[in-house]
Structure formats: C-alpha cells, structure tokens
Design a protein. Structure first.
Length: 183
C-alpha cells in the first residue's frame, strides 16, 4: 500500500493482493479505540459531593427501598467514570455497589485496596462526621483492572444510619481542596 498526500486529503492506492475489506476493518478498529480513549469523562469532586448528598436524600425519603436505584448500573447514580455505593458500618455490610456487585453483602471493614490499606475501616471511622469525609485509597475505575488513586466522599444517611459514597480518580487534587468542598 502506498499513500500520497494531496492538500488536506490522503489518497491510498492499494497494492495488488491487498484486501480492501481488511483495510477498512483495521481503520474502523483504530478509530473505535481512539474514540474509547478520549470519550471517557471524569467525575469532578463537586459532582461526587452532589450525587452522594442526592443519594442520601433518596434513602432518607424512600428508606432501604432506595438501594435498588443505587444498585442499578444504568441509574443516574452511575455516571462518567464513577458510581454511588452504600454500606452499613454498624452491621459491617456492603449494601450497594453497581460497578462491583460481587462486593454486596461483604464486610466493609475488611475491604482492602491494592496496597493492603483497609479503606473500609477509615470510611466507618468517619461515620459520625455530619459533613462526611474523604478517604484516599487505590482502586480501579469500573471496567478496568488498573489500580489508580481514588478519593471517595462518604456520608451517613440521617435516620437510617447507613453510609453512601462515591469517588473520583485523580492524581492532582489535594485532600485540603476536597475538604474545603464539604466544610
């Protein structure tokens, strides 16, 4: 295959024996990979705080039946590259996690990140903070296995005593910046 550049177009002349269908398939695959890499939007700290507080309000209003929305990976509580999760520190149990449904029913206080840090214990240690807390740990984005820095905002739902949280994947934001959002 030879290519020749003319103004803003690229002309491709196929050599004898080149399969044009295979060429088109390769180009479509490359374009698809490019789009997947650039289309992913990242949740912002402000969005996370707003969604967690909205999820807490949902549960305050609807009780535990509201967990069905948090468990649904197609609901508004799963967006961009994150999701709202829920757990009960007093019962040491995960209640909702749409990105990792195998975690539901598990003991939150025993959850460890990729470095062995027991982030569930830290989330539960802050359960009485009326503004909620941010907890930093290492966790993959949904659909990935690559461990990244994740910082989750967690708060307790009034009247139910259960916790809701969501996180961002960000290497640059500081804990001081995040804490300023919730003070």
């Amino acid at each position: 295959m030879k290519s020749k550049r003319k103004t803003n177009r690229i002309q491709v002349k196929l050599e004898k024996g080149t399969n044009p269908g295979l060429l088109v398939l390769c180009l479509l695959t490359l374009l698809s990979c490019k789009q997947k890499g650039t289309d992913t939007e990242h949740a912002t700290p402000s969005e996370v705080v707003a969604k967690v507080r909205k999820a807490a309000q949902l549960l305050e209003t609807n009780g535990l039946s509201g967990l069905s929305q948090l468990r649904d990976a197609t609901s508004e509580y799963s967006w961009k590259d994150t999701y709202v999760f829920s757990f009960n520190c007093d019962e040491d149990r995960v209640l909702a996690n749409p990105a990792f449904p195998d975690k539901v029913g598990g003991d939150i206080k025993q959850h460890t990140d990729y470095n062995g840090f027991q982030y569930g214990q830290e989330m539960c240690a802050g359960k009485n903070n009326p503004n909620g807390i941010w907890v930093e740990y290492v966790w993959p984005r949904p659909g990935s296995e690559e461990p990244l820095r994740k910082i989750s905002y967690v708060m307790t739902v009034k009247g139910l005593g259960i916790q809701v949280g969501a996180g961002i994947y960000d290497d640059s934001v500081t804990m001081a910046e995040l804490n300023a959002l919730i003070e």
